[in-house]
Design a protein around this ligand. Sequence first.
Ligand SMILES: NC(=O)c1ccc[n+]([C@@H]2O[C@H](COP(=O)([O-])OP(=O)(O)OC[C@H]3O[C@@H](n4cnc5c(N)ncnc54)[C@H](OP(=O)(O)O)[C@@H]3O)[C@@H](O)[C@H]2O)c1
Length: 302
Amino acid sequence: MHVFVTGGTGAIGRYAVPALIAAGHRVSGLARSDAAAASLTLAGATPVHVSLFDVPALTDAFAGCDAVVNLASALPSTATFPFYSAWRECLKIRSAGSAAVVDAALAAGVPRVVQESVVMVYDDGGSAWLDESSPADPYPISRGNHAAEASALRFTEAGGSGTVLRFGLFYGVGAAHSEEIMAMARRHVGLVAGRPGSYQSSIHLADAASAVAAALEAAAGTYNVVDDEPLTKLANAEALADAVDRRRWVTGPGRAPYALGDRTTSLTRSLRVSNAKFRSGVGWSPRYPSVREGYVQMAAQL
Ligand SMILES: NC(=O)c1ccc[n+]([C@@H]2O[C@H](COP(=O)([O-])OP(=O)(O)OC[C@H]3O[C@@H](n4cnc5c(N)ncnc54)[C@H](OP(=O)(O)O)[C@@H]3O)[C@@H](O)[C@H]2O)c1
């Protein structure tokens, strides 16, 4: 297939572009700068200088493509994460950007769109498993994800095949926040945001990338892309400490983020998410069944 990727230079994109090429696809990628174009070229993709918000130019760029994969995103840094104002650009990319991608894909006659989303759209499920039918929760910083999912649904309703991938918490070399958390673990600090017994669903960037390639064969719809064994936050901190071979002296911030209300809810809620639908739908399985294996791989690289 000829696949057009947006966000091909980002955390997932840097893994997804090579994975698509390795799967035999021809890849073109949106480039906002010469540096981004050079990095896409190095990965084996053809860079295209075009704005995510320019529908006529995007339509030209998508002509002849068999699929568009929208991974464009602009998450705030760890330090600014709790501030609504830091989410403005991300909200614009996920709402106006995803709408422009769908408008252009429809105008260019592209049959398939794959849209990135996150499992943090689900409501807190406690220790219960969550699947794609579990209730979602439109809290403020998730508005962009809901808008992006609505764009993919609109694409399907217009006759295309729109696939939403709800990714777990990314980790791996290149996922800045996970590198920061691993560096903290090496200083004997364990991160547990929220109740220690609450669950966190994760996905290694390499597995997020293989899921993007597998999604090109998936029926239209929404799929969770997480590993097989979500751990509790405490077990996650223990797995990280084991991977870097350091004992935990300090663990936090615990329940303190609850004081920030829905600004931190994506980090504090309990999300024990199942990947059964995606596994059975496309035959995908993660290389790293849990963070226990994935953190060891990451620690060996960093
Ligand atoms: N979901 C999670 O698990 C999670 C949670 C917390 C933190 N994080 C961290 O947050 C960091 C940032 O993540 P991210 O998802 O925002 O991805 P990212 O790694 O910053 O990549 C974003 C991609 O979107 C592109 N992009 C940005 N603005 C664009 C625009 N206006 N038009 C077109 N393309 C645009 C970027 O292109 P350029 O190369 O041109 O910039 C890049 O290719 C990651 O390192 C991750 O570790 C992730």
